[in-house]
Design a protein around this ligand. Structure first.
Ligand code: CTP
Ligand code: MG
Length: 243
């Protein structure tokens, strides 16, 4: 789990992965379904050098978690996490799921769907959760003083990439190393594999699996998590009521 970003677009004063959502740090929500997943044999959190929040959170987690030190870009941080898995004797053919610390609303059902789809397609170069675009896309043009819509792009066959993204450890490490050698920094893991001519599988995720980037996203993420709590609590709340 890459968690070494600074959350500059959010500008909260602390890195966004530590912002409280319903009283728990975002990173704890993001980790929870993986820590509860018996098929996840090990978890690595990649924290920034000098992160003052991580060790206290780590001590509270329900199972041991490895740590790695993040780098300048997300790809560098992921590479650092993969090296930690190697050091823990993970092998070339082991599956790795990379998940943004900034996506606290991911569900166990999404993780299961990704694992099932990628696992069922042995020829696939891994895969990722993604969502088909729903909005009409405009190209902005500020050439004449005001920002105007200068055209409409086709959204046909366009998807938003989410996480987790799932690859064999060896294939993902080779792809990230090749990108680094070429001086390119992929914005997600799938892009590094695409640069190698591979085509990771797209697996439908949920719109609720948003990446928290702005303050509005913090509000949305809290509402999503709160709604789940309300649903879980409802049967107990009405248990005394006869139909
Ligand atoms: N990330 C990381 N190492 C970096 C940059 C980002 O591990 N050098 C992680 C973030 O912690 C986050 C995920 O990658 O979990 C997605 O990145 P993003 O949403 O861009 O987070 P930040 O880089 O923290 O935010 P911003 O770009 O607004 O500064
Ligand atoms: Mg960033």
């Amino acid at each position: 789990m890459p968690a070494a970003g600074r959350g500059e677009r959010l500008g909260a004063g602390i890195p966004k992965q530590y912002l409280p959502l319903l009283g728990r740090p975002m990173l704890e929500w993001s980790l929870a379904p993986f820590l509860a997943d018996a098929a996840c044999r090990g978890v690595v959190v990649v924290a920034a050098a000098g992160d003052i929040h991580w060790s206290a959170l780590r001590a509270r987690l329900p199972r041991p978690v490895r740590e790695a030190v993040g780098g300048a870009t997300r790809a560098d941080s992921v590479a650092s996490g993969l090296a930690a898995l190697r050091a823990a004797r993970a092998g070339d053919d082991d599956w790795v799921l990379v998940h943004d610390a900034a996506r606290p609303c991911v569900t166990a059902a999404e993780i299961d769907a990704l694992r099932a789809a990628v696992g069922a397609d042995p020829r696939a170069a891994g895969g990722l959760l993604a969502l088909p675009l729903a909005d009409t896309l405009k190209r902005g043009d500020a050439a004449h003083g005001a920002l105007r819509s200068a055209g409409t792009l086709s959204r046909e066959s366009l998807w938003r990439a989410l996480t987790p993204q799932m690859f064999r450890l060896g294939a993902l490490q080779r792809a990230l190393e090749a990108a680094a050698r070429d001086g390119r920094s992929p914005t997600d893991e799938a892009q590094a594999l695409e640069w190698q001519g591979l085509a990771p599988r797209l697996v439908a995720g949920e719109a609720t699996n948003l990446k928290v980037t702005t303050q509005a996203d913090v509000t949305l993420a809290e509402a999503i998590l709160a709604a789940r709590g309300a649903v879980a609590a409802r049967p107990a709340a009405v248990s005394g009521v006869r139909p």
